[in-house]
Write a protein that binds this ligand. Structure first.
Ligand SMILES: C[S@@+](CC[C@H](N)C(=O)[O-])C[C@H]1O[C@@H](n2cnc3c(N)ncnc32)[C@H](O)[C@@H]1O
Length: 208
């Protein structure tokens, strides 16, 4: 989907995604001391808003200006002045723009469903932004979801696996800590359904 299509999607409703963070993101970030975080393809900023509330300096990168405006609007109404001062948005294309290298303690990529070439480029850029002793955390709709899970895009070309992600970042200098499929329970009109996500956690080694 182009940035114009995402702008239209965000314009069409008040909040496209939930206002709460992804559970896996929240669980992982809670194990870290707050530092600087980049929410890469962060949309309306649900993860970055939560991170700012937890004491992080949080930046949402997205190519949809409407999504970023929504994130800033939510920050204005939800965050304290001190948290707002640590909340930033950045309009950029995850697949073709570069970001400042080795800058963030935590780079999150959540449900950025791109075709393989674009995904590989985006994951490499996301990995490049992780500073020494920092982490890359990726969660996405897994290819297996199509046959065995619930929801997510139904186009197989934008789905991928944790093994794909590990391969994407294999030359990035990051060490893969975890790369596997995880289940997520989704409430569909009162009925629990299971979605399958691809999860990658990788770390740039500290300088010794
Ligand atoms: C499914 S939404 C997920 C948003 C957010 N990560 C979350 O979990 O709530 C995908 C987001 O990726 C953004 N996106 C898609 N392709 C992009 C690209 N090439 N560059 C930057 N953002 C992109 C869209 O604008 C959208 O906000």
């Amino acid at each position: 989907m182009s940035s114009e299509m995402w702008d239209e999607r965000y314009s069409a409703s008040e909040l496209v995604w939930s206002s709460t963070p992804n559970q896996q993101v929240a669980e992982f970030a809670s194990t870290l001391s707050p530092g600087s975080a980049l929410d890469f393809g962060g949309g309306e900023g649900r993860n970055a808003l939560w991170l700012a509330e937890q004491g992080w300096d949080a930046t949402v990168l997205d190519f949809s200006q409407v999504g970023l405006d929504r994130a800033q609007q939510l920050a204005g109404s939800r965050l304290t002045p001190a948290q707002q001062a640590r909340f930033h948005t950045l309009r950029a294309d995850a697949a073709s723009d570069s970001v400042s290298p080795k800058t963030f303690d935590l780079v999150i990529v959540a449900y950025l469903q791109l075709a393989a070439d674009e995904r590989r480029s985006a994951m490499r850029t996301a990995a490049s932004a992780v500073r020494e002793d920092g982490y890359l955390f990726v969660i996405a709709h897994d290819s297996a979801n199509l046959l065995a899970g619930y929801g997510g895009p139904q186009d197989p070309t934008v789905l991928y696996t944790a093994a794909d992600l590990a391969d994407d970042v294999s030359d990035s200098g990051l060490h893969v800590i975890r790369a596997d499929a995880v289940e997520r329970t989704v409430d569909v009109q009162g009925v629990d359904r299971t979605a399958i996500d691809a999860l990658l956690i990788a770390r740039r080694p500290p300088v010794v």
